[in-house]
Design a binder for this molecule. Structure first.
Ligand code: NAP
Length: 345
């Protein structure tokens, strides 16, 4: 059966990065019948060849005028670069799905996790993909909100090195090897050495004492859930895992919510898989969630603080998949279904 992106002309900007490579892999899986897939990175590396899952991909230096009207463009580059390029690409007829934070807080730009707010896409030609930590959190929160009403949400995160891109992965690998060899550890991609450490500092500190990463979860969570006043807070911590972010979540609900009801509801929620067999030592972990599409949710229990109106749970999602590439492709599938893309002849 044809995929919903069959025949579409697609470009990836930032194809050599952590998100860009994952976009190539997800598109191969979900849309093997694309019309064209053209991969771009900076001019610094010139034309090159990249290997993704054993297959070679040609990467070209990016040039705006190579993007033709009706092309679906995935941007997996810095916010500054997205801000300078995305409006021009939309102006010349492309549809842009942007992974950076450049446009997420602009009221007219939809910020979308399709399981939660696909309808927000409307006829937009520039759509923002959320921060990875938020994208893996909101499918579970949305399901709980529909049934029990969210009153307050408190999140603590355990975020993998690849959240800082290809450089983060490299620095953790190098740091681990250097620690074992008794050599000084690098600290360029992160503000401190990450190997054998945890760092409660991701992105810049804000005036309120929270980091920007923590505030992204609040700002973006509220926007996607359509709950602009929802009391939320987050503590975001970098941990020395390679891939998949984990989150400990506490919710207070408007209506009573037993752990059993929450488990049943989450098991039916789109984009979520319940992994919650404590006695068999089965619960969400980065090692089991890596490379998977659904977010693992487990350790679901009645809150000792909020009693019958609250639960605690733990989730792990592959932040390069649902937190970035997969979500972007799911958004593209919705866009394609409204006929906004050019198809190859
Ligand atoms: N990593 C995650 O888990 C994650 C999750 C969600 C969202 N995001 C966001 O997604 C974006 C990409 O993140 P990443 O982690 O993939 O970063 P990354 O690994 O550092 O990759 C950055 C990519 O941007 C390309 N690039 C840089 N300057 C360019 C230019 N002038 N023209 C064209 N391409 C250029 C780089 O190409 P070269 O090889 O030529 O340098 C590389 O392909 C960021 O905005 C990030 O915040 C990341």
């Amino acid at each position: 059966m044809a995929s919903s992106l069959a025949g579409a002309n697609v470009a990836i900007l930032g194809a050599t990065g952590a998100v860009g490579r994952e976009l190539i892999a997800v598109l191969r899986e979900r849309a093997p019948d694309l019309g064209t897939l053209t991969c771009y990175a900076s001019a610094r590396g010139g034309k090159r060849t990249l290997e993704v899952d054993g297959q070679e991909v040609t990467v070209l230096p990016y040039a705006r005028d190579a993007i033709t009207p009706g092309t679906l463009v995935f941007m997996a580059v810095s916010g500054d670069f997205s801000r300078s390029e995305a409006p021009a690409l939309v102006e010349q007829g492309a549809v842009v799905i942007d992974n950076s934070s450049a446009f997420r807080y602009e009221p007219e730009v939809p910020l979308v996790v399709p399981e939660v707010n696909a309808e927000a896409i409307g006829d937009a030609r520039l759509i923002a993909n959320p921060n990875c930590t938020t994208a893996i959190l909101v499918p579970a929160l949305s399901a709980l909100h529909k049934e029990f009403g969210l009153k307050r949400v408190i999140v603590s995160t355990y975020q993998a090195a690849s959240g800082a891109g290809a450089a983060g992965i490299e620095e953790l690998r190098e740091g681990a090897a250097k620690e074992l060899a008794g050599e000084p550890l690098p600290a360029e991609a992160f503000v401190h050495p990450l190997a054998f450490n945890v760092i409660p500092h991701i992105d810049s500190f804000q005036e309120n004492g929270y980091t920007r990463e923590e505030m992204k979860v609040v700002w973006e969570g509220r926007k996607i859930l359509g709950l602009p006043e929802l009391p939320m807070s987050c503590t975001a911590v970098r941990v020395p895992t390679l891939r998949a972010h984990a989150e400990a979540v506490t919710v207070e609900t408007d209506r009573p919510c037993s752990a059993e009801e929450a488990r049943r509801l989450l098991a039916q929620a789109e984009g979520v898989v319940v992994v919650d067999e404590a006695l068999a030592n089965r619960y969400p972990m980065p090692l089991t969630a890596t490379g998977k599409d659904p977010v693992e949710v487990g350790r679901i229990r009645q809150s000792l603080v909020f009693g019958e109106n609250g639960i605690d749970f733990f989730l792990v999602g592959d932040q390069l998949r649902k937190g970035a590439a997969l979500n972007a492709v799911q958004v593209a599938e919705v866009v394609a279904s409204r006929g906004a893309l050019a198809r190859a002849a």
